[in-house]
Design a protein around this ligand. Structure first.
Ligand code: NAI
Length: 334
């Protein structure tokens, strides 16, 4: 099947071409992101392939459908950027990659935790300047600390397993508690309780209307002074302005982010020659106790191979049976 691949970086190309050696689809790569002005690039393509910051609102979906597209295949697990109701109404099939490597994201979360705690981001630059002073690098033992995991699906469960190995006390909040976590000794509690008792809080829920700004001013007020907050899920789980206020007041002790509310205008591009126009993001960069990575938690060899294979598997199934392996439907957002 002919597939227009949007937001295609060299690494996407490498993994998709490798997976396509068996699948045999006709891949056309576009560096451009998908938005209303670029839908024309997919004119006549029965399938398009999109990533997390591509725009898939009703307007874009309608244009794609009018141009002959029938399948939207996402190279991501999250589908909060797709107007699923509009897609269904237009008769478009939407597919995703539900799990490619939960280990990749869980391990990156723990990397942020450890780097922030031991100030590795500051130590690295200091030592390169032959500054071996330890002032400002004081951390704490992760052992015996209480970690609150919000969302214990595939990723949150692996975070729990890793942190169990560190000797942490584990609290969790999820709409659907799971026995794997219970067997690890995770204590499921109400969200307020988790906020109040945790030294470290890490977010692993999808972005939905219910989880939008889950961490807002009211939530931050319930947390312990000096709490470490980690978000490797979706930026809009956190009200960034509220967290900046809490950082300025010293109430949040450390913030680790792999995602940001307005990352669509920033992440995945080299902007080092540009003036950043987003003042909120620029403010975040000024804090010594904030560590940000640009949506790279998923980015491992294993995850990229799985994403490419599952994405093309969705297309092959659609071509052969008219149904994808991993559909996204309106029931999933109900
Ligand atoms: P999952 O679907 O396995 O787990 C999500 C968990 O959140 C489920 O247990 C679900 O019951 C729970 N949940 C949903 N709504 C909730 C609510 N309102 N309150 C409490 N719990 C709720 O998903 P998985 O694979 O663990 O991924 C989690 C998120 O991580 C994804 O939705 C995605 O946004 C993000 N992600 C980030 C990546 C990155 O590179 N930074 C890569 C992959 C995923």
């Amino acid at each position: 099947m002919r597939i227009a691949v949007f937001s295609a970086k060299p690494y996407d190309r490498r993994f998709l071409e490798a997976a396509n050696a068996d699948a045999g689809h006709d891949l056309v790569f576009y560096e451009a992101g998908l938005q209303s002005s670029t839908t024309v690039l997919a004119d006549g393509f029965p399938a398009i392939c999109a990533f997390v910051n591509d725009v898939l609102d009703a307007e874009v979906l309608q244009s794609l459908q009018q141009q002959g597209t029938r399948l939207i295949t996402l190279r991501s697990a999250g589908f909060n950027h797709v107007d699923i109701e509009a897609a269904e109404a237009l008769g478009l099939t939407v597919a995703r990659v539900p799990a490619y490597s939960p280990y990749a994201v869980a391990e990156h979360t723990v990397a942020l935790l450890l780097a922030l705690n031991r100030r590795l981001h500051r130590a690295y630059t200091r030592v390169r300047e032959t500054n071996f002073s330890l002032d400002g690098l004081l951390g704490f033992d992760v052992h015996d600390k209480t970690v609150g995991i919000v969302g214990t699906g595939k990723i949150g469960t692996i975070v729990a397993r890793i942190l169990k190995g560190f000797g942490c006390h584990l609290l969790a909040y999820d709409l659907y508690p799971n026995d794997t976590c219970r067997d690890l000794g995770v204590e499921y509690v109400a969200l307020d309780d988790l906020f109040a008792r945790s030294d470290i809080i890490t977010l692993h829920t999808p972005l939905t209307p219910d989880t939008y700004h889950l961490i807002d001013e009211a939530a931050l007020e319930q947390m312990q002074d000096g709490v470490m907050l980690l978000n490797t899920s979706r930026g809009a789980l956190v009200d960034t302005l509220a967290v900046i206020d809490a950082l300025k007041a010293g109430r949040v002790g450390a913030l680790g982010l792999d995602v940001y509310e307005e990352e669509g205008d920033l992440f995945f591009e080299d902007l080092s020659d540009h003036v950043i126009q987003d003042d909120t993001f620029a403010r975040l960069l000024t804090f010594p106790n904030v560590l940000i990575t640009g949506h790279q938690a998923f980015f491992t060899e294993e995850a990229m191979s799985n994403i490419a294979e599952t994405t093309l598997g969705n297309v092959t199934a659609f071509e052969q049976d008219g149904e994808v392996l991993h559909p996204v439907t309106t029931e999933m957002i109900a």
